[in-house]
Design a protein around this ligand. Structure first.
Ligand SMILES: [Zn+2]
Length: 318
């Protein structure tokens, strides 16, 4: 059994940001034994259920290193509920693209983790030459049905840069090498290009108040950033934050009440009432409540590549 120690050393977890090997368990895991693609749906509402979350003693980053090989689950994932909530998600996507317009009013846009192409579609409506990439075969097929250019796979795949705008909306918290994902995003940026990263903020007021029941604790989320660790990740990928903001978020009322029913059973009754009374008129609801917004929207830097034209030019053609 001389190999047991060796195996233990080899599987010792390293921090996905700084490489540190000392972690503290900050949230116990509650993942079912048998996992399938359903647990990785965008619309999964098993809030508070996650793999064990560890915090790095060196840099403070929180990760779920017991659950790192998640890509096959995304490839197999189907999510019909995501498609039925397309309208409010489209509104949200449009608002996000509008945030980028002051930097590039036209040009090429790449949405990484594009799902069924909701942001790609909105960006195209705003005049951008928009493309996306997503590992889910099912979601990429939905995009194709709408005539949208969403490649099935992960970067670099078939994607040919460079792009003026690159977006990562609720994606970085799903991968076990977030810095590498940011580097890949950077490699897709044209000189002067700009990126957008959105991820839940584990230091938000909502996260702190809700503790282990926070709605962003999900099986599919294996990275938990706060503003500092996200900026740290950007720096390690040779990117710099330009602006951090918390955009508005949109949900259909019945979708939202369905989500909230996880916490408060009476909301499920209200859902029926609302849906019956005025389903059509209550299509979208904008939140300005700061607590809720902070929980739903993470730190959101706009990030350009550092001005190093030589290195950008040295990137191999794709
Ligand atoms: Zn670390």
């Amino acid at each position: 059994m001389e190999s047991s120690t060796e195996v233990e050393v080899m599987t010792m977890a390293r921090c996905w940001l700084c490489g540190g090997q000392e972690h503290d368990l900050v949230k116990a895991g509650s993942v079912p034994n048998a996992l399938d693609g359903a647990a990785f749906r965008i619309t999964d509402s098993s809030y508070g259920i996650s793999a064990p979350v560890y915090r790095c003693r060196s840099c403070g980053f929180r990760q779920c290193h017991d659950l790192r090989s998640v890509l096959p689950y995304y490839a197999a994932m189907e999510d019909p509920a995501y498609e039925t909530s397309r309208a409010p998600r489209a509104l949200q996507a449009r608002k996000l693209v509008e945030q980028l317009r002051p930097f590039h009013a036209s040009g090429r846009l790449l949405d990484i983790g594009a799902g069924s192409g909701i942001l790609v579609e909105e960006a195209a409506r705003l005049g951008y030459a928009a493309e996306g990439i997503d590992p889910s075969v099912w979601l990429a097929a939905r995009a194709a049905e709408r005539g949208l250019k969403v490649y099935c796979g992960v970067l670099p795949g078939e994607v040919a840069g460079p792009f003026d705008l690159v977006t990562l909306v609720d994606v970085i918290e799903h991968v076990s090498d977030p810095v590498e994902l940011l580097r890949q995003a950077r490699a897709m940026l044209a000189p002067g290009g700009i990126g957008l990263v959105i991820t839940p903020d584990v230091a938000s007021l909502a996260a702190r108040m809700m503790g282990a029941r926070w709605w962003h604790y999900r099986i599919a989320h294996i990275c938990y950033f706060d503003r500092r660790t996200l900026c740290d990740a950007l720096k390690r990928a040779d990117l710099a934050p330009v602006r951090i903001f918390r955009p508005s978020w949109f949900f259909s009322l019945d979708y939202l009440l369905d989500r909230l029913a996880v916490y408060a059973p009476p909301a499920r009754m209200a859902k029926g009432a609302w849906a019956t009374l005025d389903h059509g008129a209550a299509q979208s609801l904008r939140f300005s409540g700061r607590d809720l917004q902070e929980g739903l929207i993470g730190p959101t830097p706009l990030l350009p590549p550092r001005r190093e034209p030589d290195r950008t030019a040295a990137l191999p053609p794709r």
